[in-house]
Every structure is written in C-alpha cells, then in structure tokens.
Design a protein around this ligand. Sequence first.
Ligand SMILES: *Cc1c(COP(=O)(O)O)cnc(C)c1O
Length: 422
Amino acid sequence: MTIFEESKKYIPGGVNSPVRAFGSVGGDPVVIKGAKGSKVFDENGKEYIDYVCSWGPMITGHADPDIINVVKHAADLGTSFGAPTKAELDIAKKICEMVPSVEMVRIVSSGTEALMSAIRLARAYAKRDKIMKFEGCYHGHSDALLVKAGSGALTFNQPSSPGVPADFAKHTLVAQYNDIESVKTLLSENKGEVACILVEPVAGNMGLVLPSDSFLADLRKVCDDEGIVLLFDEVITGFRLAAGGAQEYFGVTPDITTMGKIIGGGLPVGAFGGKREIMQMMSPEGPVYQAGTLSGNPLATAAGLAMLDKLSQPNFYKDLKTKADVLFDGMADNCKKLGLSYAYNRVESLSCIFFKEGTVTSFSDAMKSDTAMYAKYFHAMLDRGITLAPAQFEAMFVSSAHTDDDIEKTIKAHYESLKEIQ
Ligand SMILES: *Cc1c(COP(=O)(O)O)cnc(C)c1O
C-alpha cells in the first residue's frame, strides 16, 4: 500500500487540506519528503521544480538557510511560553513599517483566523452586521465567509458548504469582482447595513484575476461615502506584489488588512492590522474578543521576521520580477508559437494560464475555462518534473530561488506539454 493509500484510511481524503488532493486533475498527489531552494522531492527521491511554493509562502524558496537557522536558534530557547516576547514586538514593528495602512497588528496562526477575527472587528467598529465579499474570492473557511453566489448573485446567498447555517450566511452579500455597479446595487438594497467590504486586491483563488484600473479606488470611495470598513485580504498579495503588498502596489489604502502565507516564512502565521483607532477595539484594550494559545509562537515569529527582513532588502522585488518575467514571457511565447490564444494573467511573480480563449477579467470568465484541459496540462508538466497547483483556479508562484536553469527547463516543458495536449 502506498503512503497516500494508507493516509486515506486515517485522514479524510488522505490530506489535511482539500486543495492538496488531485480531485480536479485526477490521480494521487505526490507525497513530499523534503525540499530545497526551487525543488521539492518525493518519498521515492524524484525531484521536481516547484511552482506551488506551499501555495505562496515560500517566496525565497524552500528550506532557506536564513530562515531555518533562526528557527533552530529559537527552538533552543523553547517552543511556546504563553507570555509576551520581544520577537512579537519585532515582527509587529516590522509589519507596521512595511505595510502602508497598518498602524497596529495582531498576530494569529492562519489566514482563516485573521479573516474571521478581522470581520468581527469590522462589524464591531461599524456597528453593523452585514458584510460584502466577491464571488470567487476566498477568505478562509470560517462560516460567514464560506459563501458563494447562488444563481442570483445580487440576493442573499446560500452557504457553500453543509454545516454552515443559512442564518449565518445570510449576513454575507456577494458582489461581482471588477464590477462596481454590482457593489452599488447591493449597497442601495442594504442601505446603512453593511459593515465591511472585503476583497482580494488581486484575486488569486479563481485563478489569477487582476483588478481593473479603477476597481480598488472605486471600492475605497464607496466605503468612504457609506461609512463602510474596507478590508484588503492580502493573504496572497501581502509581501508578494511589493514589500507593502497590493496596497503599496496599487496605491489604495484599506482600513484593515489581513495577512498570512509569506508572513510566516513557512510556519503557521496570520495577522490582521489597520488603523490604530480600529485596532484599539481589540481585547484587552477594547471590547472585541479574540485570543490564541499559540498566537505569536516563538518559532513562527522568528521565521516570519527573518522572512520579512529578507524581503526588505533593496531590489528583492525587482530581481524577483525580472526572473518571473523571463519565465512568463517564455510561456506567453510558447502559446504564440503554437498558435494558441489562451488567456494568460500575470502580475509580478504570480501568473495563471486559463484554458479559454480571450481574456479573463471576472469570475464568470474564469469559469469558462476548460478544466479538463488544465488537468492534462498539469499532468504533462508533472511528468516533466514540474509541480503546479493541482487545479485550474490557482496561481503559479515564482520564488527568488528559481534559477535560470529552472526557468529554461520550465519554458521547454511548458512548450512540450502544451503541444502534447492539443
Ligand atoms: C490562503 C488564503 C486564506 C486562508 O489562509 P489559511 O492560512 O489557509 O487559513 C485567506 N485568504 C486568502 C486570499 C488566501 O489565499
């Protein structure tokens, strides 16, 4: 029996997060033994050039010695105290320095937790119950956020998982990404009732969909006009598009920011932060309750701080983009050479190829993509030693550890794969 087959006996689906299963591409997941730099290797010793990068966190590559060494050092001093530490001050200060809108921050252990707590805070601050999200944006798996649009996106929505009471989901309104009119319509139907609009400033969970020129600024304006808290979910974009995340990159400032993934350097960390006036409402300074036994864990904060220090180096993002551009240009060229006009979205070190002609600027565009074709592409790349996310609606992540040789091999494998699957 393989490791994965045996895992299925003890763990639902054999995985501790459903995205790791090969549900939408078929076959069994590769069981990873370890990783170094741009590569992961499986239990049989087979090596792959990895563009999953743990779904985003490993922006400096796997087992980065600068991070591993501080984690080892921190471990020698103990793995958890349940009391304040200097490392928590250091990482909080660092986040406030890096992220333009963040004046105070609370550290938690996952993106889901950050969003769940940030929503509670936004509701308490605005003294309203309803929140608005966009179809196809993912904000973790807490009840109120596990809501997608039903057939009528402009009405109250159905929970997208059994176990979420309709009574919880009904406070979540669902608008269309890149469609400010859908936001305005919902707001006029729910005048004075919406506490918070939350958005992935670049949508990274319906494939990769970039905001149109005015979308984020329009959201800012609507929120200002209506006394609504604007929440940027920067769990993917934070420390990815720029040192200050999407808010620095696009020059639009949210009231609350949620962070995760990269912020922990591969250890479990999430965070939410924002204007002092809002953050001071958090317990014990204010009345909004939130807590965590392992929040600000010493290993996690050490890893996170080492990561943020690296990302603060001058030219980190410039160099990463240069690398990503070679790869993404090469992939775009491959499509041209083969006469394929698939939609190809990219920004900085993120990209996504959609198996659909034309452009993808909305959730409904993304949904028109041929997922069976993606599955073939995925396996063709995997056969050539390249790991991509095992689903169409995810991004491809480039890290600073990818070498020129990796990129050259990837472009070649991409050409052969596209050719093979036509
Ligand atoms: C991954 C993700 C989350 C959830 O973070 P977890 O650490 O997996 O709980 C939330 N928002 C966005 C945009 C994400 O990509």
